[in-house]
Design a protein around this ligand. Structure first.
Ligand SMILES: O=C([O-])CC(=O)C(=O)O
Ligand SMILES: [Mg+2]
Length: 627
């Protein structure tokens, strides 16, 4: 079969599949089809497989308007489906392939762009410079967020180029803390859907709804039900900003291709009175469905995901409330490839920081005593991973290792004699002790060397609490992990000032360096963004089928291993985010190595050099040339 015939057949079957599966409305003038046929033929000749081409949709092929009625058959008018690969105006409107002013003269000729762009031709670097210049003019952080989202919707590669090249500057914009405000105002700033909304209205149809998404080979899903967005509480359907933000980090930080990422928000209502009354709220206007109704929707979703995308799609649960988060992880942990970022990702990143901090504070992990404020997903998740690591290192049973870990919740220190019932995920931490109500008294009684805040409630590490830590320890380790910045247990400045510059401090949201007593202190950011992108890459590249605690420990170990002497000298327990792609490759490699060792990896043969392999798998945002 000659190449052109093959191409036409591919085109036809893709069309058929797209009609069936996607329902994308695409129509083109015939001359444009032939123009693109030529370029895709050339791509094929240049060694790109049909699969790669359809996966990335070749030169174009995105969702466009129905331009081609004049050419459409009667059938197409009744059922408005047709197939083409974008060029001309629709190419400029397709964020995956649009390059804006960077289209070359040859591309402008070949893809019907003449006259649609002003004469100037810019390099990607020049575009990047211009956009950074514009972004920096916005004084309001939310405006920067909106500008970045617009860019993502306009020119995806340029968006990722900016994010990767200016990661330290832009991470707080597309991620915590600004994403928190964006979710709060999502209804007002909503422009285009950036992920799939699955509400109670879609019950019974989720399998088909997933097919409405314009990509078919999905490898990572981040899903939320919006009930506990960061430390901001129930934001219902507006939690969508979180899966969108997390997945953009999968790509920017972990190199996972954007086309294989799917953000999902499950909308079962909200109990947020303010949102229910907000005229701009975008979700279901009802109180949250619970119990069987909730469980059935989730179950249908999880089954549909497996049916559509197979066994190896990674489902990351994000920002579910405690009562569902533990339940879902347990329920689907044995049947699906699931990962809870708030329980497991946070645990892995904090353990890495603690292991690294031993270089600064001395002793082994087993020598330290840990006190948590907050006994939800993050608190109990971190506590358990510390206990597992201590148990592995000391060969003591995990029950023994748990004894030096104490948790305080809203009722005070969790102790076995507590009168009220203790939720199941807190029970391992209910040690024998007399009840204590206040955190500061718990600090004085338990004498921790490490204080970790995961309660989602801001300003709870008061001066008294921090001073008590400083009185007990030469170098108190203080982690204020709650997000966004407004919910942080204390600020970096408070931690350094109240400990007279002796604290080793890290927080969930970023803080600027602090000057105290003539010295500059650089706070660390103990955020799961260090872990999940590389962790996910490791899972995907090795074809791992289940998440195991040892994979989390492997991720921690890899992250701690990336802290350099130079970082330690500055008092840092995390490496800077500017190296994150390299860090992610190391995390991915260590996770994959462990998965192969445990027999969980299905991609064979195992690559020899996993770091190199991870790097070679990573998406880069540099423009492709369209011939
Ligand atoms: O998103 C973040 O910054 C960390 C996180 O998962 C959370 O706080 O829920
Ligand atoms: Mg989260």
């Amino acid at each position: 079969m000659n190449l052109k015939t093959k191409m036409e057949r591919t085109s036809k079957s893709f069309c058929h599949w797209q009609r069936k599966a996607f329902g994308c409305l695409i129509g083109r003038r015939e001359r444009k089809i032939s123009g693109v046929m030529e370029s895709t033929l050339k791509e094929m000749r240049n060694g790109e497989s049909v699969l790669d081409m359809t996966d990335e949709r070749g030169v174009g092929g995105g969702v466009g308007d129905i331009y081609g009625e004049d050419r459409a058959t009667e059938d197409q008018l009744l059922t408005p489906w047709s197939f083409t690969i974008a060029s001309g105006h629709s190419l400029l409107r397709d964020p995956r392939y649009n390059k804006g002013l960077a289209f070359t003269e040859a591309e402008r000729d070949a893809h019907y762009l003449r006259g649609l762009l002003p004469p100037v031709i810019l390099s990607q670097e020049h575009q990047e410079k211009r956009l950074m210049h514009t972004l920096r003019q916005y004084q309001v952080p939310l405006h920067r967020y909106m500008a970045m989202m617009d860019l993502q919707e306009r020119n995806e590669r340029l968006f990722y180029k900016l994010l990767i090249d200016h990661v330290e500057e832009l991470l707080p914009v597309v991620y915590t803390p600004v994403v928190g405000e964006a979710c709060q105002k999502y209804g007002s700033i909503f422009r285009r859907p950036q992920g799939l909304y699955i509400s109670l209205k879609e019950k019974g149809k989720i399998f088909e709804v997933l097919k409405n998404w314009p990509e078919r080979s999905i490898q990572v899903i981040v899903v939320t039900d919006g009930e506990r967005i960061l430390g901001l509480g129930d934001l219902g359907c507006q939690g969508m900003g979180i899966p969108v933000g997390k997945l953009s980090l999968y790509t920017a930080l972990g190199g996972v291709r954007p086309s294989v990422c799917l953000p999902v928000t499950i909308d079962v209502g909200t109990n947020n009175k303010h949102l229910l009354e907000d005229e701009f709220y975008i979700g279901l206007r009802q109180r949250r469905a619970t119990g069987q109704e909730y469980a059935e929707l989730l179950d249908e979703f999880m089954s549909a995901v497996k049916q559509n995308y197979g066994e190896k799609v990674l489902v990351q649960f994000e920002d579910f409330a405690n009562h569902n988060a533990f339940e879902l992880l347990k329920k689907y942990g044995t049947t699906h490839l699931v990962f809870n970022d708030d329980i497991q990702g946070t645990a892995s990143v904090v353990l890495a920081g603690l292991v690294a901090a031993l270089r600064l504070v001395g002793g082994a992990l087993a020598d330290h005593t840990f006190l948590f404020l907050g006994a939800g997903e993050a608190g109990t998740g971190i506590a358990e991973l510390i206990a597992l690591e201590v148990s592995k290192k000391t060969k003591a049973p995990v029950e023994e290792a748990r004894k030096k870990i104490w948790l305080v919740d809203s009722k005070g220190l969790i102790v076995s004699s507590r009168k009220e019932s203790i939720q199941h995920f807190k029970q391992p931490w209910a040690h024998e002790h007399e009840p204590i109500k206040e955190l500061v008294d718990a600090v004085k009684a338990i004498k921790p060397s490490v204080l970790i805040g995961t309660s989602g409630v801001g300003k709870t590490f008061t001066k008294e609490v921090v001073e008590a830590m400083a009185a007990l320890n030469e170098k108190p380790l203080i982690l204020a992990l709650s997000n966004p910045t407004s919910q942080s247990e204390c600020t970096a400045e408070e931690a350094y000032t109240w400990t007279e510059g002796r604290a080793i401090f890290a927080s969930g949201s970023p803080f600027d360096p602090v000057k105290y007593d003539g010295k500059v202190f650089i706070p660390g950011q103990a955020n799961n963004a260090y872990i999940f992108p590389g962790f996910g890459l490791g899972i995907i590249m090795s074809g791992t089928i289940r998440v195991h605690d040892d994979l989390l420990l492997a991720a921690s170990e890899a992250l701690a291993g990336q802290v350099t002497e130079e970082n330690y000298e500055k008092g840092l327990i995390y490496p800077p985010f500017s190296n994150i792609r390299k860090i992610s490759a190391h995390i991915a490699a260590n996770v994959a190595a462990k998965a192969y060792e445990l027999g969980l990896a299905t991609r064979l043969p195992r690559p020899q050099d996993l770091v190199k392999y991870a790097e070679s798998c990573m998406y880069t945002p540099v423009y492709r040339q369209y011939r």
